[in-house]
Design a protein around this ligand. Structure first.
Ligand SMILES: [Zn+2]
Ligand SMILES: [Zn+2]
Length: 211
């Protein structure tokens, strides 16, 4: 269904050294360029920047258990004040890559109804596995959905858009608004007063008003 894995792909790993001997283990570190779409709306790892991976590959009966940590630079913006953000992602992951043949045999027909588990199963292709989906999920899940530049970021002024963290004393002259409100109230009073006058006025005046 997918293109065959290419061992030259930096996110494809070779497990041949483990030799399918349960208990065999290998540790490795690798710096890989970040794949595309590794992030959420306001925060993510820019494509192509270096992601530092530390992995432990363990051979187990049904496949290879991969445990690892990823460190990557994050770029984004604060959801409250839109200030650019620079952070670092640290994501831990653990994933089982099963031998395709082992999986066919160990999962009897009784288990085939368990669709959720079936979908989650990742397989080795020969001696290779592709870490990309695992890495992406781990990093994306580690990200805050609402990243902020500081926990108590006050955001932007709703009236003029100024960044409030830069101007702690920012504010608009509320007195202006109060005066306007007072004027408006006065205007309404005058209008109401006119209506009252009209009610008591001559019939001719009423006709003029209604045109
Ligand atoms: Zn902010
Ligand atoms: Zn303002």
């Amino acid at each position: 269904m997918n293109a065959p894995l290419d061992h030259r792909d930096p996110l494809v790993f070779d497990t041949r050294e483990l030799g399918r001997r349960p208990g065999a283990m290998k540790r490795l570190s690798r710096s890989v360029p970040a794949p595309a779409d590794m992030g959420v709306e306001f925060l993510g790892v820019p494509e192509g920047t270096a992601v530092e991976l530390d992995l432990r590959l363990e051979s187990v009966m049904e496949g290879v258990l991969v445990t690892g940590t990823a460190h990557a630079p994050l770029r984004g913006e604060c959801v409250r004040c839109l200030e650019p953000l620079e952070q670092e992602a640290e994501a831990d992951f653990q994933e089982m890559f099963s031998y395709p043949d082992a999986d066919d045999r160990s999962r009897g027909s009784a288990e085939t109804g368990d669709d959720a588990e079936e979908e989650d199963t990742l397989f080795l292709e020969g001696d290779l596995f592709d870490l990309e989906p695992v890495l992406r999920d781990a990093v994306v899940l580690s990200l805050p959905l609402q990243p902020v530049c500081q926990d108590d970021c006050p955001g932007l002024c709703p009236d003029c858009g100024a960044r409030l963290a830069d101007e702690p004393d920012h504010g608009h002259d509320d007195a202006v608004d109060i005066r306007w409100a007072a004027l408006q109230g006065l205007a309404e009073t005058i209008r109401d007063g006119e209506k009252d006058d009209q009610n008591g006025a001559a019939p001719g005046a009423d006709e003029k008003q209604e045109k």
